[in-house]
Design a protein around this ligand. Structure first.
Ligand code: ZN
Length: 505
């Protein structure tokens, strides 16, 4: 199960985007309601867009010691946003990050106001999320993905910006600080990056030859947005610079071996080796693989044997009402586990539509799902809107995800749910899997209100319903027990999507 390292490049790239999207909707335990800090967004003359819509701010601890995640959301219908950023115990870093966030927010609100002058009905959307990339030296790279879109234009804008922190000293570090004082270092960096670009198949067809030279010139400025991990130095270019027609800005990953000679000692692999922790590796145990090979429902059937509601009588009306619970965008190390416990408590089977990039990191949980008899579904690698991708990329998003799930669990993936439910002919033709949508949308990602999930379910559920939820929000886990209790009392049996399809005429 050692595919992790070999795949480092694509993983980091995909992770950046997938978590960007996933993290937009990260939930929190602590809710703090605050009103907007008047200096930035709520100028009195911006009445149309901001006025007194409350801004919700949440703060939670991240998985990284000393780093808290702040999430700020506004549901203003003209100019909604969801912004997420890290804060540490160091004031300078905190201020730098906050200034950036304010700048992004201001730019967005100004654009909205300008656009509204032309067309009153224009609305926008802003999402800012970030990924933390740790290095064995203890240093962090925080990579922000800020994406904005407006109702008057089809394509949105994405921007990547990196911040860097030594959490012990509070100091920042730049691309320059990564390299020791060799006079050729910048030249070597530039040529390593160019070589990495040439080797990157996914970039090839998008490269703008004339621009490549210019944007990879040996100037520090060209490499200012970067992340350093134990495997690679990742360079983030601005959108439409070295390449175009990509989803998001071009990202180039230079294997650490290509530049390690030049690295400053604080970042040299051998100097920090003892500190390297090996992240989760693969499955906990594969003893169940054989007995459960192929279908998730095999164990399901025997698990609920004896339960009066498990009778296979699909054609009978009142007895044997079935519902399929589905959870998207995970796995999440905390929330998914809680959901698995609640499902177990109710002896319920569900279907998880997972992001390949997250499966790679939380493979233990995926095995727990499999062992509990849940169905494992494909939700693309990085939550891309497939209708905007080339056929090759659609295939890659889907195939890679099925491959990692099958690799990790030994179980075949037999269901696919496109992100945003977005499908077109190309998606239909390319995916070899049944496309599974839903009929009950709990909108748990939007409201983050555990009580609301039950309310939506009560109002909409019927025999054969497929309920959409997300196992990345704490509020979803918190509301699930009540939903299951209600459905059980109403006589519903909880089945996987596959079982539902098999029994539905
Ligand atoms: Zn999704």
């Amino acid at each position: 199960m050692n595919r992790k390292r070999q795949n480092a490049r694509s993983v980091w790239i995909d992770i950046t985007f997938s978590t960007a999207i996933v993290l937009l909707t990260v939930s929190a335990i602590l809710l703090v309601f605050m009103t907007e800090n008047g200096s930035t967004a709520s100028q009195p003359d911006e009445k149309e867009t901001t006025s007194s819509i409350p801004v919700e701010t949440e703060q939670i601890d991240s998985n990284y010691p000393g780093i808290k995640i702040i999430t700020k959301t506004s549901n203003d219908k003209n100019a909604p946003y969801a912004i997420q950023y890290p804060q540490s115990i160091h004031t300078i870093f905190n201020t730098e990050v906050k200034n950036y966030i304010e700048e992004v927010q201001d730019r967005y609100l100004e654009t909205i106001i300008e656009k509204k002058r032309l067309d009153e009905k224009t609305s926008g959307e802003l999402n800012v999320s970030y990924e933390t990339l740790p290095h064995a030296s203890g240093n962090y790279s925080f990579v922000f993905l800020n994406s904005s879109s407006f109702s008057d234009s089809e394509s949105g804008k994405m921007e990547i910006r990196s911040f860097h922190l030594n959490p012990e000293t509070g100091e920042s570090f730049s691309i320059r600080d990564l390299f020791a004082g060799d006079s050729n270092r910048l030249q070597t960096l530039a040529s390593s990056v160019r070589r990495a670009i040439q080797k990157d198949d996914s970039l090839q067809e998008h490269i703008i030859e004339d621009a490549l030279e210019k944007y990879t010139e040996p100037r520090w400025m060209n490499y200012r947005n970067f992340a350093i991990t134990d495997d690679a130095l990742i360079i983030y270019f601005d959108e439409n610079t070295i390449a175009d027609r990509l989803v998001g800005p071009p990202i180039v990953s230079v294997p650490i071996d290509a530049i390690d000679e030049l690295l400053a000692s604080a970042f040299k692999p051998e100097d920090v080796e003892d500190a390297i922790e090996s992240p989760n590796q693969g499955s906990m145990d594969s003893s169940n693989e054989e007995q459960n090979d192929g279908h998730s429902d095999k164990s399901t059937e025997s698990d609920i044997e004896g339960d009066e509601q498990s009778k296979d009588s699909p054609l009978e009306g009142t007895v044997g009402k079935k519902v399929a619970l589905t959870f998207d965008d995970g796995p999440d190390p905390k929330v998914t586990r809680q959901i698995l416990e609640i499902l177990q408590k109710h002896d319920a089977k569900a279907t998880f539509f997972m992001l390949g990039s997250r499966v790679e990191y939380y493979s233990d949980i995926v095995n727990e799902m499999k062992e509990a008899g849940h169905e494992l579904g494909n939700h693309t690698w990085n939550h891309a809107d497939l209708t905007k991708l080339s056929p090759e990329r659609i295939a890659k998003e889907i195939d890679k995800t099925s491959a990692i799930i099958e690799d990790v669990t030994g179980q075949k993936v037999e269901a696919f749910r496109p992100p945003y439910g977005a499908v077109n002919d190309a998606v239909h033709n390319i995916t070899g899997l049944p496309i599974v949508l839903w009929d009950v949308d709990t909108q748990d990602w939007k409201y983050r209100d555990s009580a609301r999930i039950l309310q939506v379910v009560k109002e909409n559920v019927k025999d054969g319903s497929i309920i959409l939820m997300h196992d990345i929000h704490q509020s979803t886990a918190d509301g699930l027990d009540a939903v299951l209790t209600y459905l059980k009392n109403e006589g519903f049996e909880f089945v996987t999507v596959k079982e539902l399809e098999e029994t539905t005429p």
